[in-house]
Design a protein around this ligand. Sequence first.
Ligand code: IPE
Ligand code: IPE
Ligand code: MG
Length: 246
Amino acid sequence: MIYKDQLDKSRIPAHIAIIMDGNGRWAKQRGQARSFGHQAGAETVHIIAEEAAQLGVKYLTLYTFSTENWKRPAEEVSALMALLMDSIEEETLMKNNIRFRIIGEMDKLPQDVAERLRQCITRTSANTGMYLVLALSYSSKWELTEAVKRIAEEIQEGKLAIGDITDKTIDRHLATSFMPDPDLLIRTGGEIRLSNYLLWQCAYSELYFCDTYWPDFKAEELCKAIYDYQQRERRFGKTSEQLLKR
Ligand code: IPE
Ligand code: IPE
Ligand code: MG
């Protein structure tokens, strides 16, 4: 079956979040260094971003480097940072009308990388198509801790009353405040866990796990995940009967 042909174009998830996992194992299978897998993974990013934009996805949030990934061997971290520098293709972003954004601790990144990313954010800011968001030096626990600090500050300064805090207050203080919550979360590479990614935002996301290593996850696999998503009924606590009545 060609999944792309089977998609309901009127029900494309607005926000897809992806945990791009399996680069290292993909390389190992080929007797290569892990960085070879990361290079191949960077190509997949371009393919998937382009496909998602063409399908009409509005937000694509890619887990690129977690807070915990700083614990990897120094050579791997620097190879990943160098790869990041090399892989940002403004031309492809412009051609696809994509807006580029980052969530995560930008200050922790090497200065040249942060500078390059900021440049790309600025240059694509007038585009009107899909947001391509890289989660870099990102983790949910970091993000929520920062949100709590800022909310506490606002209370201390008298700008916010404790009684007025709602879930929307928390949404507004997260790095993802400019996006709706993910409709679909995909994790490649076979692990069935969230690894500190968008924990608050994925409260009602549909989850899709596949064994394919990220470098092998191509456009048709994305379509397969979306097709799978379209077969599900999102009830948000209601009953099926209630949904049918609408
Ligand atoms: C995902 O692939 C990329 C990053 C976390 C940066 P991995 O590097 O985790 O690959 P595996 O899981 O070891 O195969
Ligand atoms: C999650 O992958 C982080 C990214 C994809 C950037 P990891 O490979 O680091 O996850 P764990 O540690 O195996 O859960
Ligand atoms: Mg991994």
